[in-house]
Design a binder for this molecule. Structure first.
Ligand code: MG
Length: 388
């Protein structure tokens, strides 16, 4: 068996949303198809992935380096010990040939997206949902029936009113979610607090609300927000400052008692280890939110989870970034704290399977082989076009 071809294309997200720091009007994502010569149900098995949300398409690196390296390799060197499925670690090593240390995000998103598509193919060849395959390899076979899921919502958009924001949050609660997140930092602090209080009237209390500043604040502003937000005892305060300013994160953790969160802009295990060592993050309450397809993929995520465990971090403190079926399968397969959800935003790339339902804040998992994109009709149409 072998990988016959790997194809990619860049798709615009066509979103009018914005966070505190940038809007998504130019945002694109790379969609990848890994085509194998294995036949299931009369068709070749294809693995699919996309490069999650918030980082632009990265086809140039894929076309110049990573796809040619895989296709040039002796196919037998990319198979597992039994020779009857692909070996993700061997394919990762093949992509990393002739790559210098450091400089991670120049390649981690391209490599991670291809790697996650490889996992989709592996699970389909094994005829199992990806979260089952991951649970067998990384979680003693413990397969949860459902996963806690919260809404990454409350975006800024042109003409938005407080009532619009409250209506959005009401829709999320009506849909079955119990934890919602809203953006902060896009308005002056006093206005952000007013909007936050309006949302709290809908969701009830701080434990049902997280906020995300998308790395907006300098030291003075981060400390000002921390002081203003602390009394609300929010579920978490996400990305107050630059993701690599570990000294400021540590300072915030020393003065802000409720949970902090970060990690979606860290792309390697050493970067996350520096957060654990120097960021002052507290394993008993804070949240780490790596985006696996953007950070070298699932095999590397497993190494990051192991590293964090050595620093005392339980898996319940890990919430992979990206409201999509890739992060959902990873949250389920590794037994993590939960997954994010983007209902109704990011066009065909937001949300889960069309038949997915949220009950009491948790989503039931599908039995579809692989990641399950086949159950997400609009997105699957884009993926199928790559292989036809
Ligand atoms: Mg965020």
């Amino acid at each position: 068996m072998r990988i016959v071809d790997i194809r990619e294309t860049a798709i615009p997200l066509k979103s009018k949303l914005a966070n505190s720091s940038f809007d998504f009007s130019e945002m694109t994502t790379s969609v990848v198809a890994v085509i194998t010569d294995v036949v299931r149900g009369g068709k070749p098995v294809c693995g699919f992935a996309f490069n999650s949300t918030g980082r632009y398409a990265c086809g140039a690196q894929m076309r110049a380096r990573f796809i040619p390296r895989i296709l040039a390799a002796d196919p037998g060197t990319l198979l597992d010990a039994g020779g009857d499925n692909l070996d993700p670690a061997k394919i990762f090593t093949c992509m990393m040939r002739r790559e210098k240390a450091g400089g991670h995000s120049e390649r981690s998103i391209a490599i991670g997206t291809i790697e996650v598509a490889v996992w989709d193919a592996i699970a389909k060849i094994a005829e199992k949902p990806l979260h089952h395959v991951l649970a067998e390899r990384y979680s003693d076979g413990k397969v949860p029936a459902k996963v806690f899921c919260y809404v990454g919502g409350g975006w800024y958009w042109p003409g938005q009113t407080i009532k619009d924001l409250q209506d959005e949050m009401r829709r999320h609660l009506d849909a079955g979610y119990t934890l919602v997140k809203m953006k902060v930092g896009g308005l002056p602090l006093e206005d952000d607090v007013r909007w936050l209080e309006a949302v709290l009237k809908v969701v009830g209390s701080g434990e049902h609300l997280a906020v995300d500043a998308n790395c907006k604040f300098d030291r003075a502003e981060a400390l000002r927000y921390a002081k203003a937000l602390a009394p609300f005892k929010l579920r978490w305060f996400e990305e107050p400052c630059d993701p690599l300013d570990f000294a400021l994160l540590a300072e915030l953790a020393s003065v802000y008692a409720p949970p902090l969160a970060t990690g979606e802009n860290l792309f390697s295990t050493p970067d996350v280890e520096n957060l654990a060592r120097f960021g002052g993050f507290r394993a008993d309450r804070d949240i780490i939110q790596i985006d696996p397809p953007q950070a070298y993929g699932i095999g590397q995520y497993a190494r990051t989870v192991d590293m964090l465990a050595r620093h005392g971090w339980p898996r319940r403190s890990l919430f992979p970034h990206g409201g999509n079926q890739m992060s959902l399968a990873i949250a389920a397969g590794f037994g993590l704290g939960g997954a994010e959800s983007y209902p109704g935003v990011f066009g065909d790339f937001g949300g889960f399977a069309d038949d997915a339902r949220i009950v009491d804040g948790a989503i039931a998992l599908s039995d579809r082989p692989g990641i399950g994109f086949e159950g997400q009709a609009a997105l699957y149409r884009i993926m199928r076009e790559l292989v036809q």
